[in-house]
Design a protein around this ligand. Structure first.
Ligand SMILES: Nc1ncnc2c1ncn2[C@@H]1O[C@H](COP(=O)(O)OP(=O)(O)OP(=O)(O)O)[C@@H](O)[C@H]1O
Ligand SMILES: O=P(O)(O)OC[C@H]1O[C@H](OP(=O)(O)OP(=O)(O)O)[C@H](O)[C@@H]1O
Ligand SMILES: [Mg+2]
Length: 282
């Protein structure tokens, strides 16, 4: 089974890190630039440009791919199946125009020119709103084009909004919300190995906002402790040899940890440990 992963750019490192955390450790080969083996002899990694990954999966060069939804939508590939939102590379594709222009809505672009790295998504968007524009494909620095009279507006990626602001551009409309997805072909989506990889990646995401709490508590405090712990399926309770205390373990939401610890102390729990969870397979 081959996984296509971005070879550079901002998605490269987080994609590799996610595979590592999922237990699919990469084994260094001489040609790590092109592909890599993993600890699972049946799973290899193919490195490709983020924009080429949907095609690689569609053509069968890889069985699953990791790249932005924007890239999947911009590709010609149509038999791709999304398996999971991997929850990084979050950004928006927006329609933007110079702040000092008279453009306020998409309809003000009628008969105008749009520059973008995403011509297909852009044409589809303008078709949907039934506005006739001339779409010019550029390969970068899209934000500059309205200032050099190449375009009246752009469709481009934004996340913090810094680049738009720096180029005195204002958002006119949202075109697409994107984040990195794991996707497959229709004919690979149900493969056993594909499912295993999907489960492994999902287990990392499921663990991310959870913490494992361990504590000791006097026996007569157990009911109160249980009351405080919202844990999945209730806490695990164990006897401690030679002690009248119990050991209590539970998984809790990360954002509830602070409050939970105060409440646990109030009802008599002590020696409370909080640890991260690497993976959580349900
Ligand atoms: N500012 C951003 N914030 C969040 N995600 C982003 C941002 N810019 C791009 N992305 C996501 O990352 C993907 C790849 O962008 P990136 O800039 O890393 O690659 P690239 O520009 O295609 O790289 P290169 O041109 O160097 O090969 C985009 O398709 C999008 O899904
Ligand atoms: O809203 P912001 O946080 O400013 O992010 C938006 C910018 O990020 C991306 O560029 P990137 O940094 O990937 O550079 P690139 O043009 O070389 O791809 C994108 O093309 C925008 O220009
Ligand atoms: Mg970029």
């Amino acid at each position: 089974m081959r996984i296509a992963v971005p070879n550079k750019g901002r998605l490269h490192e987080p994609s590799e890190e996610l595979l590592e955390r999922a237990g699919l450790h990469l084994v260094d080969g001489a040609d790590r630039q092109l592909h890599a083996d993993t600890v699972d002899p049946d799973v290899t990694v193919l490195y490709a440009r983020a924009a080429d990954i949907p095609e690689y999966v569609a053509d069968g060069a890889a069985d699953v791919g990791i790249t932005g939804l924007d890239q999947v939508r911009e590709s010609d590939a149509d038999d791709l199946v999304e398996l999971r939102d991997l929850d990084f590379g979050r950004c928006r594709l927006v329609l933007a125009a110079p702040e000092d222009s008279h453009i306020e809505t998409v309809y003000d672009f009628e008969g105008g020119r749009i520059a973008t790295e995403f011509p297909k998504i852009t044409r589809r968007y303008f078709d949907t709103v039934d506005v006739d524009v001339d779409v010019t494909e550029v390969s970068g620095a899209t934000e500059l084009t309205p200032h050099v009279d190449i375009a009246d507006g752009i469709v481009d990626i934004t996340s913090t909004g810094t680049t738009l602001r720096m180029n005195r551009l204002a958002v006119v409309d949202d075109v697409l919300e994107s984040s990195v997805r794991l996707f497959a072909r229709e004919d690979t989506a149900d493969d056993e190995k594909v499912k295993q990889v999907n489960t492994a990646l999902g287990s990392v995401l499921a663990a991310e906002d959870k913490r494992y709490l361990m504590m000791n508590a006097p026996e007569d405090a157990l009911d109160d402790v249980k009351e405080v712990l919202p844990g999945m399926g209730g806490p695990t309770v164990m006897d401690i040899a030679g002690s009248d205390q119990l050991a209590v373990h539970a998984v809790v939401e990360e954002r509830a940890v602070f409050e939970t610890i105060s409440s646990l102390k109030d009802v008599g729990a002590n020696d409370i440990l909080v640890t991260e969870i690497e993976r959580l397979v349900k």
